[in-house]
Design a protein around this ligand. Sequence first.
Ligand SMILES: [Zn+2]
Length: 196
Amino acid sequence: MKRCLECGAERGAEQCPGCGLTAAAAEVLLLRRLLRRTLVFLGGSLLFPYISQIYPPLDVDAMLVFYGVVFFLAIVLAVVIERRTRSHGEVEVLKRIYFGIIPLPWVLAATLFVNGRLDTGKPEFHPAMVVGKFEMKGIVRGSRRLVVPSWRGGHRVERLAADADDFDRFRDGDAIVVGVMPGALGIPWLYGVYRR
Ligand SMILES: [Zn+2]
C-alpha cells in the first residue's frame, strides 16, 4: 500500500480516496510545493544570519554552526524527497520532517530580532583586551570576530561579532570595553565595542 503524495492517505487505486487526485497530479503538486517551501526556507536562511549581525548574540558562532548543520541536512532532505517523488518512492515521513524544518530560520531570525529590538535593559560594560581577530567570507555579509578572554564562567574566550569599522580599528593587545545587553528574551547580545 502506498501513500498519496498530496494528502498522505493510503491508496491502492489510481485515484486517491482522500483527495481525489491521480498519482501523476499529486506528484506535480508535491514538486511545486517542495519548490515553494524550499524558497521560503532559503529566504529565512538569508535573513537569519543578517539579523544575527544586527543584534548579535554573544554565542552567535554556536548558533550559526548549529544552523549550518540544519541547513545542510535540510538541503539533503529536499534533494532526496525530490528524487523519490520522481521515482514514485515513499516520501511521507521525510516530507513531514522537511516541512517541519522550513519555519526554523524564520523563528530564529524573529527570536533574535525581538530579543534585541524590544530590549529595554541597560548595557553592562566589561573591560577586556583583544587577543585575536579573524574574518570569514560568508554568503550574507561575512563574519568578523574580535576575540577577547571571557568574563563568563565556563567560557574561555568571547568571539565578538564586529562590524567592518571596529574590526579594522582594533588590534591585538588593545584595551577595550565590551557593552552587553541582557536581551528581551534573556539572550545576551553585543551592544558595542569601545576603546578604553
Ligand atoms: Zn490524496
